[in-house]
Design a protein around this ligand. Structure first.
Ligand code: ACM
Length: 533
C-alpha cells in the first residue's frame, strides 16, 4: 500500500514537472535525424556570449551575423568556454555516419555545437537559428540533443540564368536560403541557346553578342508570342569570384554548367565558325530545343571548349564541371558531309554514338585539367526524345567514360537503375518530381516532398551510387524575380528534406509544422511563395 502511494506521488510530481515545462518540439527543416529532448529550457539574454575554436571563425562570424539579423541580439566573443552561452567547436574525435554531420547539445548551461568539419558546424548553426523562440521578451531554447547528418552528399539547387538573367544579389539571396536549408551544391546553368552569361576573356564576343537577344517568347512553349523587348546580362569574372567566395563561406560549391554539343545557339551566334553550318544566326528568343549545334569534329571547337574550361576552372574550385549534353537534335550532324565522314573515319555508326565519343573526349580533357565531368543522362546515349529517330540512336557501342556523374532527369526507372548498374554515380533530378518550372498542379508541395532520390527498384548494395538529388529552376518563363520565387518557394524546403533527411525520418505533417518559420522569414524578406498544398 505504502509503495503504491509513493509511486502515485512520484507520478504526480513528474506530471506536475512535465506540465510546468512542456517540451517544445524543435521545428527544423530539414528534419534532423535524431533528437532527444530534455526537460527544461535555456534562456538567452539579448547579450549572447559566443566561444569558438579558431578553425571555425568563419562559421562563428556567420552565427553572429544571423543572430543579429534574425533576433537583433548583441554578440560578444568570449575567450573562456565557461563564460559562453553558445560554443562552436571543431573536434576530430567527433564522428558521424556521413560527412557534414554535427551534434548540438542544449543544456540549462549553454548550447554546445560540435563537428569534425566546418560545414558540420555551420549546419548546426542553421538548425539553431530555427529553434530559438521568443517568450516574454526573452530568447528561449528547449533543452535537448540533436545528432544529425545528411542522407545524401549532393543536395543541389539549379538556377538557369541563360534564359533570364537575374544578377548577383538574387543569387546571394538564393545561396542564403540554400545554406539555411543545408543544401550544398549550387548548379549554375550559365549557357544555353538564348544567352551566354559569363565573361570569357579569350572570347569577348560571347558576352558582346550572346548575352543579348532582341525578343523573348512568353507564356509557354510554342506560344509563338513574343515580348518584343531586348534581354541581356552577364557576370564579369570579378562578380563570379565574389559569388564563388560567398557560396564557399556558406559551404556551398558552385558547379558551373557549360552546355555542349547542343543548347548552343548563343555561342554559335557569336562565333558562327563553331557551328555545323557556319552560317550567321541570331540569338533565338524562341524556347524549346533548337537545331544549331557545335561542329564537334572541328579542332577549333575543341580548342574553344578547352579554353573556356581553363577560364571556368580558374574561377570555380568545384571538382566537378557540368557539360550539359541534353536534348540534341541530330539533324545538322546528319546533314553534314564533313561530320558524316568524321564518323566513318572513327567507326561511329550513329549521331548518338558520335555524341558519346565526343563526350568521352571532353571527359579526358577535363580529367587532364583535374576535373570530373557531369552531364544530363542523355550523355549515356539512351534515346530519350521523340525528335531523335531509332536510326539516330541505335548501335551505340561507345561506352560513356567511367567516373562520369550522370544527372538523371528523363526516362523510366529501369534506365536510372541500368545507368547505376553500369557503374556511374548518379544525381537524381527526375523531372516529374524535381523540376521547379513545373506548375503546382503538376508538382504540388506534397509531391515535391515525397521524392526519394533512391529508386524503388535499385538493389540495396547500389544505393551509395546515388550521390543525391537536384531541384531545377529552369528559366524560360520566369522573367521576373517574383516569378522565380513563386516557383522556388516553398518547394525548395521540401527538396532540402528529400536530400538531407533519411527517408525513414521524413514526415510531411512535421514538415508542415516546421514551415511557418520559413513563411515568416520569407514574408519579412519580401519573398513571394507558391501554394502550400
Ligand atoms: C533538361 O531538362 N533539358 C535537362
Amino acid at each position: 500500500m505504502k509503495s503504491k502511494l509513493s509511486l502515485f506521488l512520484i507520478a504526480s510530481i513528474l506530471l506536475i514537472a512535465c506540465k510546468e515545462t512542456p517540451i517544445v518540439d524543435y521545428q527544423i527543416i530539414p528534419q534532423p535525424n535524431s533528437i532527444i529532448y530534455s526537460n527544461g529550457t535555456i534562456a538567452l539574454t539579448n547579450n549572447v556570449k559566443v566561444f569558438f575554436t579558431e578553425d571555425v571563425t568563419n562559421e562563428a562570424d556567420l552565427l553572429k551575423e544571423y543572430l543579429i539579423a534574425d533576433f537583433g541580439m548583441n554578440i560578444q566573443t568570449v575567450e573562456n568556454e565557461k563564460d559562453a552561452d553558445i560554443l562552436l567547436k571543431l573536434d576530430n574525435q567527433y564522428s558521424s555516419e556521413k560527412e557534414d554531420g554535427y551534434k548540438m547539445d542544449v543544456t540549462k548551461k549553454n548550447i554546445a555545437i560540435t563537428s569534425n568539419s566546418q560545414a558540420g558546424v555551420l549546419n548546426a548553426v542553421q538548425s539553431l537559428r530555427q529553434i530559438i523562440t521568443k517568450e516574454d521578451g526573452k530568447f528561449v531554447v528547449q533543452q535537448g540533443t540533436i545528432n544529425d547528418y545528411p542522407a545524401f552528399e549532393w543536395r543541389a539547387f539549379m538556377l538557369d540564368e541563360a534564359r533570364h538573367f537575374k544578377g548577383k544579389e538574387v543569387v546571394k539571396d538564393l545561396l542564403d536560403e540554400m545554406a539555411l536549408l543545408k543544401m550544398n551544391v549550387f548548379h549554375w546553368h550559365l549557357t544555353d541557346d538564348q544567352g551566354w552569361r559569363i565573361e570569357i576573356k579569350k572570347y569577348p564576343k560571347l558576352t558582346e553578342v550572346e548575352a543579348y537577344r532582341d525578343s523573348t517568347e512568353i507564356n509557354h512553349f510554342h506560344s509563338d508570342l513574343y515580348d518584343g523587348k531586348p534581354h541581356s546580362g552577364f557576370y564579369t569574372q570579378e562578380e563570379i569570384k565574389e559569388l564563388v567566395e560567398y557560396a564557399a563561406k556558406r559551404h556551398i560549391v558552385i558547379v558551373p554548367e557549360f552546355e555542349m554539343p547542343g543548347h548552343s545557339s548563343a555561342p554559335i551566334a557569336a562565333y558562327p565558325e563553331f557551328g555545323v553550318t557556319g552560317k550567321q544566326i541570331k540569338v533565338p528568343g524562341q524556347f524549346g530545343v533548337q537545331y544549331d549545334i557545335y561542329d564537334v569534329t572541328n579542332p577549333i571547337v575543341l580548342d574553344f571548349f578547352s579554353d573556356v574550361f581553363d577560364e571556368l576552372i580558374a574561377l570555380f574550385p568545384s571538382p566537378v564541371i557540368h557539360i550539359g549534353g541534353d536534348e540534341i537534335r541530330y539533324n545538322q550532324w546528319n546533314d553534314s558531309y564533313k561530320v558524316k565522314s568524321y564518323m566513318r573515319k572513327h567507326g561511329l555508326k550513329t549521331p548518338a554514338e558520335l555524341q558519346v565519343f565526343f563526350t568521352n573526349n571532353i571527359s579526358n580533357m577535363l580529367k587532364e585539367k583535374g576535373k570530373r565531368m557531369m552531364g544530363w543522362n542523355d550523355i549515356t546515349g539512351a534515346q530519350l526524345h521523340e525528335y531523335q529517330s531509332d536510326e539516330d540512336t541505335k548501335d551505340v557501342s561507345q561506352k560513356l567514360a567511367d567516373g562520369t556523374i550522370v544527372q538523371f532527369w528523363k526516362g523510366d526507372s529501369a534506365l536510372i537503375v541500368n545507368t547505376i548498374e553500369n557503374g556511374y554515380d548518379v544525381v537524381n533530378s527526375y523531372h516529374n518530381y524535381t523540376y521547379l518550372d513545373y506548375n503546382y498542379e503538376k508538382i504540388p508541395l506534397t509531391k515535391a516532398y515525397s521524392f526519394n532520390p533512391i529508386p524503388n527498384e535499385l538493389p540495396k548494395e547500389l544505393e551509395s551510387k546515388v550521390l543525391g538529388m537536384g531541384c531545377q529552376m529552369w528559366g524560360e518563363f520566369i522573367p521576373t524575380v517574383e516569378d522565380m520565387q513563386k516557383k522556388v518557394f516553398p518547394r525548395i524546403a521540401a527538396y532540402s528534406e528529400c536530400a538531407w533527411t533519411l527517408p525513414s525520418n521524413k514526415n510531411y505533417d512535421n514538415f508542415r509544422k516546421s514551415l511557418p518559420y520559413f513563411l515568416n522569414r520569407w514574408d519579412e524578406n519580401g519573398v513571394v511563395y507558391g501554394p502550400l498544398d
